[in-house]
Design a protein around this ligand. Structure first.
Ligand code: PAF
Length: 280
């Protein structure tokens, strides 16, 4: 596996990688890799001859009171995992390579970016859209894999790629969970053992609400009960529990097609998000 930190070297590496004419798939990450990321790598390898993984903890998607400096950074371990998995290129730029002096562009996918997580993290999705567009410009992948764990992010990236004709096939990969049901996330590392146990209230409440909605329960009531169950389970606050159309993430108040139940809640100093499919 080759590791690059500046764009010119990356471009030379990519040129020789493309010599054999195969597709290139990309997995953009912020590092602190876990089995969820490795599932993205496996999917990328299934779909393309060559795989590029990026690791960049993107400052522009963190708010002023968020955990940028505390965000886990484990590049040596990450690189070992990626090498072992047979990844071709690790693109690991520094902040100066991504945002040199004078950098002045920001991309907003309006509408979608202001709801759900966007309403609680102003500017977050502008940072995501801008860095993903930049990563695509640098690597020019044929395919890119993202986790369904960040379902709203996935929808925003699909919109970005369609709107700007970026020509990258976006593949959503199902969430990987621990055996007890907690979705894998780099932020789980912040949880104390007690919080880790209490965090199970989140997937349990989503599963219970999905079951009730499919069985015909009133949607507003099922969502309110899920929020209560998350709080009672040990979370300090619930940012949202919402049912949305699975394709366009528009708010829905009854189930008449594929839907997604999405939630975000805070436990201790950690904010967790999760979502599941709700199908008739
Ligand atoms: O999902 C993530 O890890 C990040 O939001 C992404 C897509 C790599 C952009 O920084």
């Amino acid at each position: 596996m080759q590791i690059f930190r500046d764009v010119d070297a990356l471009r030379r590496g990519l040129a020789s990688l493309r010599d054999d004419g195969g597709h290139v798939a990309m997995v953009p990450t912020m590092g602190a890799l876990h089995a969820g990321h490795m599932a993205l790598v496996t999917e990328a390898q299934r779909r393309a001859a060559r795989v590029v993984v990026s690791i960049f903890v993107n400052p522009t998607q963190f708010g002023p009171n968020e955990d940028l400096s505390a965000y886990p950074r484990r590049e040596a371990d990450d690189a070992a995992m990626l090498r072992e998995a047979g990844v071709d290129i690790l693109w690991a730029p520094g902040v100066e390579a991504m945002y040199p002096d004078g950098f002045a562009t920001s991309i907003r996918v309006s509408g979608l970016s202001e709801e759900l997580d966007g309403a609680h993290r102003p500017g977050h999705f502008d940072g995501v859209a801008t860095v993903v567009a930049k990563l695509f410009g640098q690597v020019r992948p044929d395919i890119a894999c993202f986790g369904e764990k960040d379902y709203q992010q996935l929808a925003i990236i699909r919109r970005l790629v369609a709107d700007l004709d970026l020509g990258v096939e976006i593949v959503g990969v199902p969430t990987v969970r621990d055996p007890d049901g907690l979705a894998l996330s780099s932020r789980n590392a912040y949880l104390s053992p007690d919080e880790r146990e209490q965090a199970l209230a989140l997937p349990r409440a989503l599963n219970e609400a999905a079951r009730a909605i499919v069985a015909g329960a009133d949607v507003a009531l099922a969502l309110a009960e899920a929020a209560d169950a998350i709080r009672v389970g040990g979370f300090e606050s619930v940012d949202y529990v919402e049912l949305r159309d699975a394709a366009n993430l528009k708010r829905i108040d009854s189930l008449d097609g594929p839907a997604r139940l999405l939630a975000a809640a805070r436990i201790g100093r950690t904010r967790l998000i999760d979502n599941i499919a709700v199908n008739l």
